[in-house]
Design a protein around this ligand. Sequence first.
Ligand SMILES: [Zn+2]
Length: 402
Amino acid sequence: MVAHAFRHVPYYGETMRRLGIDPDGIRTVSDLARLPILERSQLQRDPDFFRSRARPLADLLELRSGGSSGAPLSVFHDPDALLQNTAHGEREVAVLRSLVGRRRFRMLCVASTHGTETDVRATVRAHAWIPGAAEGERTNVDIGDSPEFAARRLDATRADVVAGYGSYLDALAQVLEREPGLHRPRVVAYGGDALPEPARRRMVERLGLRVWSSYQAIESFKIGFECGHGTGLHLHADLAPLRIVDDAGAEVPVGTPGSVILSNLVNTGSVILNYRLGDVAALLPGTCPCGSTLPLLSFPLGRVEDWLALPGGRRLHSQRLRSILGPETLLWEFQVVQEAADHVRVLLVKAAEADAHVVAERVGPEIRDALGHDVRVDLVFVDAVERTAGGKVRTIVRRGDT
Ligand SMILES: [Zn+2]
């Protein structure tokens, strides 16, 4: 991948020549530390600089995500890399099968209907033959729908596994607790954000659910997954190895938390090597009783999603707003500030060449629909959004008593 990057990706060709880094000298994962650490802002401001010229642009799938950082990002993926991720996904499916206790299971997924996952599935289907028997039954619920609605769908489909954002599934579990007559899944599977420990315990102890999580990011898709022994996350080290570094960029000892640095070794769309993902985690010592020799990572800190409390007791998951603002190519950054239950300000940093009116007309109506027409929405164009000490944008800020 380093040889490919040197030859076909403008950023690596220029940077490695400038710094005198010989691509043949990089042979192991720890050698990747010789490359400068790539920051998210670099990838965000000039995605084309990181795109491999080895394939025509039309062959690549471009995905955009606001993620939890509030600064949308474009990442190009090649179909071969998506297929490799799908194949490695069998490691995760095998764990789910053993937790459910059956080879075929029914799944209810809470996601953005127009989101990354839908695009990826369509691309994989276009490039692979997937035997019908390999896929269990699957039902989708949109992230903008209420947890009460998802609970009804769960009851109707009798799903064995319910998958989605941790904070959404926490709210769904609370509905199941209030209404004991509804169907309960065997397994709750989450990724993309953190599930607070008390919420996880409540699901296990009060509802008898198995809780399982995976770790993924738009920059590489599969990063790690739980095996069912509760020891941490097993890393897909052969797809995207991680290094953990301190503030000065030096690797920290096993067991010490630090900044997660990722290298995607399969994707020749956007080539992402030695990249600061923006999460904090620690590599864990020892081996897992499950027998897997994949390295172990602690659960990453620093990705907690919020719900917005709206008039009349309505709640909206913040990911619904990110799914509108994240894919908007004319935006560089955004922040949603909830001033009161019925008043939301959306701070927008637009691309230099974009017209504010055009941006407002593209995102305004969808945001108003999602929040409901009893909520006052102000779109405010600003030059920059305030960052945390760690350099991240908090995408959802709640003020006062909301
Ligand atoms: Zn294990």
